[in-house]
Design a protein around this ligand. Structure first.
Ligand code: ZN
Length: 209
């Protein structure tokens, strides 16, 4: 099958890059020969440029999470614009041109979609949240995810430790990756970066029209 014929399921990792977590997630994805999308915190990316390069070199996608991990509804429109502008400047300096934007906690203020449009970004939330930030076991997370797997599903995971994380590392998330990738493939789907779905979308629409 050509890539456009494979029905994608998207693994996404937020709150990195993290020197330990991102490396371990990258190793697990490499072992599983799976590709994913990373929604990064710009100041962390600036601090860990080699990790961003490693993510890109492995064929994954780097997209925008934030500068400050704040709720858009707790800030003014101007503050979120400034946060976004600073994040994009940081990422552009690293050679990353995000097309997707996942606001912290997926919380969208009334002005968030307009800001996204003005920067040429598409908002990207998720369809499956196995709560890895809570420290659930990989088995519990797989049990939560499996019944919800469908083409285009987006699984929310974390390679970093954001505010409110109840775990001290990403051991269970890393343990989940091989079993989840197997489970996705057993259903005939393939893990793929989200941005590829955007690229493929016009073709899909033509095919179904
Ligand atoms: Zn986050």
């Amino acid at each position: 099958m050509t890539p456009s014929e494979v029905l994608p399921v998207h693994l996404t990792f937020d709150d990195g890059p993290d020197p330990e977590g991102t490396c371990r997630v990258l190793d697990a994805l490499h072992e599983a020969e799976a590709r994913a999308t990373f929604f990064v915190v710009a100041p962390l990316a600036r601090r860990e440029p080699a990790l961003i390069s490693a993510v890109l070199d492995a064929g994954h996608q780097v997209e925008l999470h934030c500068t400050e991990h704040v709720r858009h509804t707790d800030r003014t429109r101007k503050e979120i614009e400034a946060d976004t502008e600073a994040a994009l400047a940081d990422l552009h300096a690293l050679g990353v041109r995000p097309r997707l934007w996942r606001p912290p906690w997926g919380i969208v203020a009334p002005w968030t979609p307009e800001i996204a449009r003005s920067y040429g970004l598409e908002l990207a939330l998720w369809t499956i949240d196995p709560h890895d930030w809570r420290g659930d076991s990989s088995g519990e997370m797989l049990a939560h995810i499996e019944p919800r797997i469908e083409p285009g599903a987006v699984v929310l995971l974390h390679d970093g430790l954001g505010p409110g994380a109840l775990r001290t590392g990403c051991v269970e998330t890393v343990a989940l990756i091989p079993t989840l990738v197997d489970s996705i493939r057993a259903r005939g789907f393939e893990p793929a970066p989200m941005a590829e779905a955007i690229t493929a979308r016009p073709k899909t629409e033509r095919a179904s029209a």
